[in-house]
Design a protein around this ligand. Structure first.
Ligand code: GRF
Length: 203
């Protein structure tokens, strides 16, 4: 299966996904597409030998349909069959989502349905939650609300700040997203559940 990855920034999740698609993995990366022309992830993708493209959302300011039509054109030209949003920071309209529904995934840094949207780590801390983590879900028209394909969770520590929490969640994302993509690309819809640091042997 041919996988396109959409990014807006450093692309650490993109890098983890690309690194996972080797050997008997049923998928291979066919494109890394960014809405930010100088996104750090574009260089990482090029170094990994993956074709890259950019569609600058600022070049389509005020014309979201034109921006999304350009995204769609790049994805079709690359022969993408699955789209992975990875740190992609633009909200996609129902029009675009409809073209890829059932074939588009996103990773979100919270245990959805808790905390859709932004500032998830600060909100989990403010709520006094005992646990936090990340979710991979199918993208639907409702923001951060599609069917859950996997979750990874960890215990919040008393001394955690939004930054320390984000730093502990990100490595979980890098484990969760590749595991979910491997199953998704093989047509396996069983959810992936990861419990970080569950056993005493790995604190
Ligand atoms: C991370 O905070 C991640 O939770 C979210 O986007 C941010 C950047 O991810 N998905 P990446 O390093 O660009 O993959």
């Amino acid at each position: 299966r041919r996988v396109a990855i959409l990014i807006s920034g450093g692309g650490s999740n993109m890098a983890a996904l690309i690194a996972s698609m080797t050997g008997d993995h049923p998928a291979r990366p066919c494109l890394v597409l960014s809405n930010v022309p100088d996104a750090g992830g574009l260089r990482r993708a090029a170094e990994a030998g993956v074709p890259v493209a950019t569609v600058d959302h600022r070049a389509h300011r005020g014309d979201r349909p034109a921006f999304e039509a350009a995204l769609h054109r790049e994805l079709v030209a690359a022969g993408a069959e699955i789209v992975c949003l990875a740190g992609f920071m633009r909200v996609l309209t129902p029009g675009f989502v409809g073209l890829w529904e059932g074939r588009m995934l996103n990773i979100h840094p919270s245990l959805l349905p808790k905390y859709p949207g932004l500032d998830t780590h600060a909100r989990a801390l403010a709520a006094g939650d005992a646990e936090h983590g990340c979710t991979v879900h199918e993208v639907t028209a409702d923001l951060d609300a599609g069917p859950v394909l996997g979750q990874a969770r960890l215990a919040i520590r008393g001394e955690d700040t939004p930054d320390t929490l984000a730093a502990r969640v990100l490595p979980l994302e890098h484990r969760l997203y590749p595991a979910v993509l491997r199953r998704f690309a093989a047509g396996d819809r069983r959810p992936v559940l990861i419990e970080a640091g569950a056993s005493l042997s790995n604190p």
